[in-house]
Structure formats: C-alpha cells, structure tokens
Design a protein around this ligand. Structure first.
Ligand code: PHE
Length: 346
C-alpha cells in the first residue's frame, strides 16, 4: 500500500518535463509495464489476506487508470506541439509580390493548347454539348474495330500506331475512341465533345508531332443533317478566331463517316500565300468530319434505321498555331519557358 501511495506522485513529477513521445512511452512502461512497481505489487498479492487483496487490488486498479489518463493527456499535448512546430517550420509564403516578379519569379499560366481546349469546351457547352474524357491506352476494338475499320482494312495503315508489346493494346491514334464509349453510355438524342492527347508513330516536322491534341465531336438524333454539321463548325470557327474565316469543304475518306469531308481554312499565318505550316498550299486541313457510318452507330448500340448523326475531329495544335502565329508544332512540346510564358496566366 505504501508503494502505491507514492507511485502517483512520483509519476506526476517525472511526467512534467517530458516533451517527446518516446520518453513518454518509456515512462509509462517504467510505471505500469510488466517489470514495473505496479506489476510487482500485483504479483505479491497472492500472499495477502482476502481483505488486503480487495483493498490493495482496488487501489492498484484505480492508480493504473489515473496513470493511463495522465499518459493520454500528455500524449495529446505532445502531438499537438509537434504539429504546431512543423507548421511553423514548413511555413511558406504564398503571396507573390511585385518585387518577387521583378526578381524573375513568374506567375504560372496555362499551356496554349489548354487555353484553346477550354475555350472550345465552353463554346460547345453553350450549344448543349457534354464534355467527355477517355483513356489514352486503348484496345483494337475501340480504336479501329468499332469505328468500321476491321483487321484487314487498308485504312489501318493511314494511322501509324504505337502498339504495346502484347499486340493488343495501343496508344489511341485519334479521339474517335471517345465516340465509341460515348454512344454506348447514352441513348439518342445526344451531343458531346471529347478532347485529348493522341499518339502517332510519325516522323516529326514543322507540322507533325508524335503527340498532339484532338477534340472529337458527335451529335446523334432523329434528323441530323450535313446542314447541322456545317452550322456547328462555322459557329465554332467564328467564335475561335473572332472573325469570319475562309473555309472550304472537300470530300474526305474516313471509314467511320459516310459521306466524309475535310474542312480546310485559309492559312492565317501567311494569308494564303504559302508557308511551312500550310505546306505552301495556302490552306490548312483543320477539321475532318462527316455523317456517322451506320456500322459505327450499330457498334454503339444505336439503330441506324431510326437515328443518324455527324462527327468531327478537330486538330487543336494547328488551331493554336493559327491563333498565335506559331510556325512550328514542335514548340508546343518543347517545354521551353521562354515559349510557354508568353501565354495568358491564370
Ligand atoms: N479520327 C479522325 C482522325 O484522327 C478524324 C475524324 C473524326 C474524321 C471524326 C471524321 C470524323 O484522323
């Protein structure tokens, strides 16, 4: 009983100056651990009278609970102090002042492709389109098969594909994969766009990159016509360039549309005289499009007798180049801050 009387006092005294978790745990073990005085008392109880067992046992339990309570309280205090100390130590100044800018620190900004992508998304959202996303890694079915490009189709050679070693997966060569997933997940009528990176194993030059960006669009309903397609494309281009741009439609072949078109715009870099971007022809291929092929609708679970639609695949990089007067697509992925920092910041 004597040992117990002084135990709480001793513990409290030793507890006071402790400010580290490890020391606290040691102290707890010292007092109420297996080798500690409390355990000793309990062991010796076996030789005590039943009366002593009751009083001493009760006292010991009470003491153990008090020590545990003090221990938890101290533990919380230490943890809180640790958090406060690390907050203080890792404090960062998130205010960007003019003087910091003068020292050469730059405010972050969006990449020009992101700027254009967001603008176009907004234009389409205002015309009632959804914005969808899709995976970069695809399978044969979504990139080719469901888009009316069977295994033996020569159109497969139109797109130089990065295949994975398993020969089953690939990096998507176009955002038309988003059409396939989009159709399966909804019932007509619907309209959506799907922007994103696409990949082709091509030789790079001023107007070709292995990684570039497209924005797919699709509208399906009961009476969708070429007239609707032209209307949406013209509205889009006028909004983007903030002026009437000269366009021309040529027949174009893509297995997933029938009829298919190539929509070209008069080159805004050279005004039509010919330059490296328009490959000296004065026109830039900007917008392949067409009426969705019945086989594609079928693959998407849509009845081609009842519904039809249009689709297009807008090349975002060329649009960026036209808008900002950039004459080489390779600047876009050059990661050169002198280039990137010329665009609108947040
Ligand atoms: N997916 C085609 C490409 O990347 C573009 C396209 C999309 C053409 C939709 C027609 C309709 O070449």
């Amino acid at each position: 009983m004597q040992v117990l009387e002084s135990l709480l006092n001793d513990f409290t005294k030793e507890l006071g100056p402790i400010n580290k978790t490890a020391d606290l745990l040691n102290l707890k073990a010292k007092y109420i651990g297996k080798q500690g005085p409390l355990a000793d008392v309990m062991k010796n109880l076996k030789d005590a009278t039943p009366e002593e067992k009751r009083t001493i046992g009760a006292k010991a339990n009470e003491l153990k609970q008090q020590i545990e309570a003090l221990f938890s309280q101290k533990m919380q205090e230490i943890e809180l102090a640790d958090i406060n100390a690390s907050l203080e130590k890792d404090k960062i100044d998130i205010s960007l002042t003019d003087s910091m800018l003068e020292k050469g620190l730059q405010a972050a900004g969006y990449h020009p492709v992101t700027i254009i992508q967001q603008e176009i998304e907004d234009i389409f959202i205002s015309m009632g389109f959804e914005v969808l996303d899709g995976p970069h890694i695809e399978d044969d079915y979504h990139n080719f098969e469901a888009l009316n490009i069977p295994a033996t189709h020569p159109a497969r050679d139109m797109q130089d594909t990065f295949w994975f070693a398993d020969k089953k997966h690939l990096l998507r060569t176009h955002t038309s994969t988003i059409q396939v997933r989009g159709m399966k997940e909804r019932k007509p009528p619907f309209r959506f766009v799907g922007p994103g990176k696409v990949f082709r194993c091509e030789r790079t030059d001023a107007s070709h990159e292995m990684v570039f960006h497209q924005l797919e669009g699709m509208m399906v309903g009961e009476n969708v016509s070429v007239g609707n397609l032209i209307y949406f494309m013209k509205t889009l281009l006028t909004e983007i360039f903030k002026k009437e741009v000269e366009v021309r439609l040529r027949p174009g072949f893509f297995p997933f549309v029938e009829p298919g078109f190539e929509l070209d715009i008069k080159c805004l870099i050279c005004g039509g005289k010919g330059c490296s971007v328009c490959k000296q022809v004065g026109w830039v291929e900007l917008l392949p499009c067409g009426m969705v092929h019945p086989n594609v609708l079928k693959a998407g679970g849509i009845d081609p007798e009842k519904y039809n639609g249009f689709a297009f695949g807008l090349g975002l990089d060329r649009l960026v180049m036209m808008r900002y007067g950039i004459d080489d697509i390779r600047h876009l992925h050059g990661a050169d801050l002198r280039f990137n920092s010329q665009f609108k910041s947040f």
